[in-house]
Design a protein around this ligand. Sequence first.
Ligand SMILES: Cc1cc2nc3c(=O)[nH]c(=O)nc-3n(C[C@H](O)[C@H](O)[C@H](O)COP(=O)(O)OP(=O)(O)OC[C@H]3O[C@@H](n4cnc5c(N)ncnc54)[C@H](O)[C@@H]3O)c2cc1C
Length: 387
Amino acid sequence: MSIYTSEHLELQRSARKLIESEINPHVDEWEAKGIFPAHEVFRKFGAIGLLGITKPQAFGGLGLDYSFSIAFAEVLGEITCGGVPLAIGVQTDMCTPALARHGSTALRDEFLKPSISGDYVGCIGVSEPSAGSDVSRIKTKARKDGNDYVVDGGKLWITNGTQADWMCMLANTSDGPLHKSKSLIVVPLKSPGVTIAPRLDKLGMRSSDTAQIFFDGVRVPQRNRIGEEGKGFVYQMEQFQEERMWAAASVLRPMDRAVQEAIKYTDARIAFGKRILDNQSVRFRLAELQTKIEMLRALIYRAVQEYVGGNDVTTLASMAKLAAGRSMREVADACLQYYGGMGFMNETPITRLYRDGRVASIGGGADEIMLEIISKRLGMVESSQKA
Ligand SMILES: Cc1cc2nc3c(=O)[nH]c(=O)nc-3n(C[C@H](O)[C@H](O)[C@H](O)COP(=O)(O)OP(=O)(O)OC[C@H]3O[C@@H](n4cnc5c(N)ncnc54)[C@H](O)[C@@H]3O)c2cc1C
């Protein structure tokens, strides 16, 4: 059973129209260049409301519930690379949820509104060279000076990093306990003292620009803080729930496509006088993979329904993210195998999926971090410590 109504399907149709006419024809060129024109593309999605699906109408959003965001994440999987959907997901579900929920009206007017219209590109700055999984140990500091914060430190692997206008940054604003010493701050990236290093060379997600960014005495008005001081860690953990459900939904269509394309290829390819698909082991494996995809889809829809119902989805969102990363790797690897030598040629689309999909088990919390969260939620960590 799907969670989608005719309104969700209508939203997906509008997105699909744009994807087919304005995005997919350019994907190969953007992948080869290692970057896509984020402002140009975001303005197109912004013009039809798709960058503010769940955001308040007062700031240009559509004010819809989270199931619509997931419907969008799913259809973005029809883009023939992972880099462009990732960049859009950062804008809609990773760097803006906390700002929309906890930011002041003035801050939302200044940064959320133009991000919803697509005039601004945003990024999320959590990871640092010495702390990715262990978010509480980040070192970047924002110390108060008059009405400003002065930011010193650096962020690594920042998606949209070379094109972004602003960053939703997690920084230490006091020396207090690790979970109470941090704040989320909107940092304009054209500020003096910000240095953006050349974009990083990656295994996959090649059209998405990823950068290291340094902050040296960067002055940011204190009014750019999102919500209360010291609540940044909590806001970021909240924000991660949407990031993780979005990330899980974004791999569904690419996996569907991998299985469908593998069926087509093995149907047409003859070996030992019969179709490759005539081997029971091959078609059983493809049937099994599609079953796994449907199980993941059901888990994501369940998490989304709970979230829309106002429930805590930390466990379900972590499970969905974990299962998405694992499934994406399994599906891409298994399908690639059935192409034989063609599966190793860059002209075969499965190779891009194989490269792009690998990050699903790393970014936004590695598989092991999801397992740690799920273990804690199931009461295992506490009981093993007592033993
Ligand atoms: C393409 C890409 C885009 C990204 N975009 C962004 C972005 O926009 N913004 C941002 O802030 N970050 C971004 N990241 C960073 C990403 O979120 C981190 O890489 C990720 O959280 C893992 O952190 P780390 O690399 O420091 O790994 P580490 O923390 O060094 O961990 C390394 C590995 O050790 C294992 N491990 C770690 N802790 C445990 C544990 N407790 N138990 C068992 N095993 C463990 C895991 O296998 C993990 O993969 C991006 C990364 C990539 C690759």
